[in-house]
Design a protein around this ligand. Structure first.
Ligand SMILES: Nc1ncnc2c1ncn2[C@@H]1O[C@H](COP(=O)(O)OP(=O)(O)OP(=O)(O)O)[C@@H](O)[C@H]1O
Ligand SMILES: [Mg+2]
Length: 392
């Protein structure tokens, strides 16, 4: 999918409007190498007007020889003969005025035609992965971990990540990221059978670190109108354009959460060191077993893992019957970072908690494909469970 690069978020948003659904925005050419490393089928790089011209031409030049199948489009505010000559020499395929979105769209279209001609008409359908951050208990750190995990997976633009707030009554993902969404999942109500990437794109809000957010409704009562079928359709649609879809959930096995779990490739279960939480997490894990959800793809995140409360990680493992994947200590820096609107992995990347969350992200990113719809090893147990579909 095309990638647009410019340090100015408004310019990125404007240029993305002229791109096909699923195009991605990043703020510097520095992250382009990481993006291209993750997306070997990339066919278009649009270099925005606020990039230094020499740096933009150097990027053209290196793509010309290093990735010749990628079309590079330069969007500039001033275009003269001198610029055109330099751009052609550097290997740019098009130079367009940055405020002429029709010209930008036409250049993107030409790049796509070339891509189809080189690759052939049939491409592999994109299928991103869904990670659901879940716990049956409130206040254990689901939202904190979902937000930081999404930012870690995005790796400042290297991967395309959408964070979905499925705490439909009291979601706080947007406020945690200091976003003020004009649209939320409420605007998809009624589109269970029709939602596609072109409809879901405008409902997303862009965070500066390249994560897109599908916010929860502003009013709690809207939750009643978000059906499990809609949740399933939203996630299936987002998979088509994003590498990762991270889902924050409400502290309950409610229908939207079950619908999300049913679509989940990797499930991050958050627990803390207190007996009621551990009891509920255990019951939740047993329920996931019965439903055949994310078997072999569950990751236990022990939050506040250093609290001296008489239970340690080993005891947790014994109670829950699974090993702890990641431990995050209690830290005032985590809460302070959230309150400041800059989650810890962005605000304090060197903090031990940031390192722990990043290593979970790296582990998830390296997971082999979950057998979506396929039977887990224990097919006898799983077969009836997968029939538990709650889509309407
Ligand atoms: N490891 C930690 N150290 C210190 N504070 C933390 C830690 N993890 C989470 N917090 C803080 O705990 C509070 C609850 O966290 P969070 O909102 O992420 O929980 P939640 O599970 O999403 O809650 P809810 O179920 O209500 O949605 C927040 O103020 C958050 O900043
Ligand atoms: Mg929450």
């Amino acid at each position: 999918m095309p990638v647009v690069i410019d340090p100015d978020p408004a310019t990125v948003a404007g240029l993305l409007d002229a791109m096909p659904d699923g195009a991605h925005g990043i703020d510097s050419t520095e992250r382009l190498t990481a993006w291209l490393g993750e997306h070997t089928d990339e066919y278009l790089v649009v270099l925005g007007p606020h990039l230094d011209l020499d740096a933009a031409l150097a990027t053209c030049e290196s793509l010309r020889t290093g990735r010749p199948t990628i079309s590079v489009v330069l969007a500039r505010d001033l275009i003269d003969a001198g610029l055109l000559t330099r751009a052609i020499k550097a290997g740019a395929r098009d130079v367009v005025p940055d405020d002429d979105l029709e010209a930008v769209a036409a250049a993107a279209n030409r790049a796509h035609q070339l891509h189809v001609a080189l690759r052939g008409p049939v491409g592999l359908a994109h299928r991103g992965k869904v990670i659901t951050v879940f716990s049956p208990k409130g206040g254990v750190g689901k939202t904190t971990m979902a937000v930081n995990l999404a930012l870690s997976l995005a790796d400042r633009g290297a991967r395309r990540v959408c964070l979905v707030d499925l705490d439909l009554a009291f979601g706080d993902v947007a406020i945690t990221l200091q976003l003020f969404p004009s649209h939320t999942i409420e605007h998809a109500v009624g589109a269970e059978d029709t939602l596609d990437p072109s409809m879901v794109g405008p409902l997303l809000t862009r965070h500066q670190d390249s994560v897109m957010v599908l916010a929860a409704p502003n009013q709690p009562d809207v939750r009643e109108r978000i059906t499990p079928g809609l949740v399933a359709r939203v996630l299936a649609t987002l998979r088509e354009t994003f590498d990762w879809v991270v889902v924050d959930t409400a502290p309950a096995f409610d229908e939207p959460t079950l619908a999300a779990l049913d679509e989940t490739d990797e499930c991050v279960v958050v627990a803390t060191l207190d007996v009621p939480t551990l009891k509920n997490v255990r019951v939740a894990l047993e329920t996931l077993d019965v439903l055949g959800i994310a078997k072999g793809h569950r990751h236990l995140l022990l939050n506040r893992a250093d609290d001296a409360v008489g239970i340690g990680p080993e005891k947790v493992e014994a109670i829950l019957g699974m090993s702890v994947t990641t431990q995050v200590a209690t830290s005032v820096d985590i809460a302070a970072a959230t309150n400041a609107g800059t989650p810890i992995v962005s605000g304090k990347p060197d903090h031990p908690s940031s390192g722990a969350i990043r290593s979970l992200a790296t582990r998830l990113a390296g997971q082999p494909d979950a057998p979506s719809g396929a039977e887990p090893a224990d097919a006898a147990v799983a077969a009836p469970a997968r029939r538990f579909r709650i889509r309407r």
